[in-house]
Design a binder for this molecule. Structure first.
Ligand code: PLP
Length: 455
């Protein structure tokens, strides 16, 4: 048993409303789980982003917020934390991860340029497209095989990457490694792969960045799974990961266990000066970037807490606990389990529902009806339509994600979640799929509504 490295000091009441009420509420919001009121949800596994529980130490930091427009001491603390943990020289705060992506891509990506990566997260991809660039996924083939056990499914396929680069090296804006790889199921990237990617980018004079939202969880997997790292500290592994990077973007809502925030960290002063201009324009002055002083203080403290090994062992252990329980009950899930979430294969769970009728979204709806548990679809609805043909994109992985917030739920909550999923599984053959009632032209997983198929 992995023991929790904390105890509970503050609690928040949650309610399980009756089943008939749940059926009514989800129908009323057009079967879009984003439109539900949080009071109507019992266990919320929609996301691990910004939903973590801050520590007493972080809350104490909140009281020390220096809300000066410029030169806040909390920014100094944030800068010191990033320098000491990641080793970068310059830090630009942003309101959250996508703010960092916006600023970086405005400077680094020219129209028609390509940004290859393992698998870009959706906001990352959208920001590259926003400046008329192209985001290309070069993850290894195993990443698309839900049942294949591979310790580092977030790795970049080096020959695919070289293939793109060799076509036209001048046309590559930069290369991005997302660690862990959220879109691929929270799967880690090995240090060997990071080194190999770096060799390729260095040879071709291309900048290498990390989307570091879950950098600490990635480091934990390296310690656990990669030869030669068992006796290294998380801090040492993080430093080594980052030593291969020109910089990183960070959503502080994940591994910094903050409710909001983000930053860009880099080594190059000239690039820093360019990015600083855009930061002031889009985010705020370079010593707050859209965050309050108190948020920066909590973030600085959260960064240190996020790399504590006992915390990471318990956190990743919770994800594994849910994964193993579901897997033992015969539920088809992605393997190995990722760092922040368990991904259920919607097509495997509901094989009688065609992909055009959204099996993973159907599963999310059923888990809400069954027990007030909210997950999220990472499948056909999220994938959207092809920009050129207008046709639906049918992703190879059509999944329901159960993201585990950091330091929020106990084993009883997680046991309950597993029970609900298993109950839905037992009556799977009777479950019917959905079609659009309203299809939003953009960001359709957030804004569309659905109706249930009659037959
Ligand atoms: C890998 C990754 N990158 C970037 C982002 C965007 O960060 P934010 O939500 O803070 O804008 C996310 C958010 O979920 C993410 O998972």
């Amino acid at each position: 048993m992995i023991l929790p490295p904390y105890k509970i000091k503050v609690v928040e009441k949650i309610n399980l409303i009756p089943r008939e009420e749940r059926e009514k509420r989800i129908r009323e919001v057009g079967y879009n789980l984003f439109f539900l009121q949080s009071q109507d949800i019992y266990i919320d596994l929609l996301t691990d982003s910004g939903t973590g529980a801050m520590s007493d130490n972080q809350w104490a930091g909140i009281m020390l917020g220096d809300e000066s427009y410029a030169g806040s001491i909390n920014f100094k603390h944030l800068e010191e934390a990033v320098k000491s943990i990641m080793g970068f020289k310059y830090v630009l705060p942003t309101h959250q991860g996508r703010g960092a992506e916006h600023v970086l891509d405005e400077i680094l990506v020219k129209p028609c340029q390509v940004v290859p990566g393992n698998m870009h997260f959706d906001t990352t991809k959208a920001h590259i497209i926003n400046v008329r660039g192209r985001a290309i996924d070069c993850v290894i083939e195993e990443a698309y095989q839900p049942d294949t056990e591979h310790p580092f499914k977030g790795n970049i396929d080096i020959s695919k990457l070289e293939g793109f680069i060799n076509k036209d090296p001048e046309n590559i804006a930069y290369v991005l490694i997302t660690a862990t790889c959220n879109s691929g199921g929270g799967q880690p990237v090995s240090l060997e792969n990071i080194r190999q990617v770096h060799e390729v980018t260095k040879k071709n004079n291309i900048a290498l960045f990390m989307d570091a939202a879950r950098f600490a969880e990635n480091a934990f997997f390296i310690k656990e799974r990669e030869a030669g790292y068992k006796d290294k500290s998380i801090q040492e592994i993080v430093k080594e990961m980052m030593s291969h990077m020109d910089g990183c973007t960070m959503s502080a809502k994940k591994d910094a266990i903050n409710n909001i925030g983000g930053f860009i960290a880099i080594n190059d002063k000239k690039l820093y000066d360019k990015l600083a201009h855009k930061t002031v324009l889009f985010e705020g002055f370079i010593t707050y970037g859209g965050m309050s002083g108190r948020d920066m203080e909590a973030l600085a403290r959260g960064l240190f807490e996020g790399i504590e090994e006992d915390y990471l062992r318990y956190r990743i252990g919770q994800v594994r606990y849910v994964g193993e329980k579901l897997s033992n009950a015969g539920i088809p899930i992605m393997k190995p389990f990722g760092g922040h979430a368990v991904f259920i294969n919607g097509k495997g769970f509901l094989p009688h529902i065609k992909q055009e009728n959204f099996p993973s979204q159907t599963l999310c709806i059923e888990c809400y009806i069954e027990g007030g548990v909210r997950g999220v679809e990472v499948g056909t609805i999220l994938a959207g339509r092809d920009q050129n043909t207008g046709k639906n994109i049918y992703p190879r992985l059509d999944l329901m994600r159960l993201a585990i917030p950091r330091r929020v739920y106990c084993s009883e909550h997680l046991d309950y979640v597993c029970e609900i999923v298993v109950n839905a599984y037992k009556r799977r053959e009777k479950i019917k799929g959905f079609e659009f009632d309203y299809e939003s032209p953009t960001l359709r997983h957030f804004l569309s509504t659905f109706k249930r198929l009659k037959n």
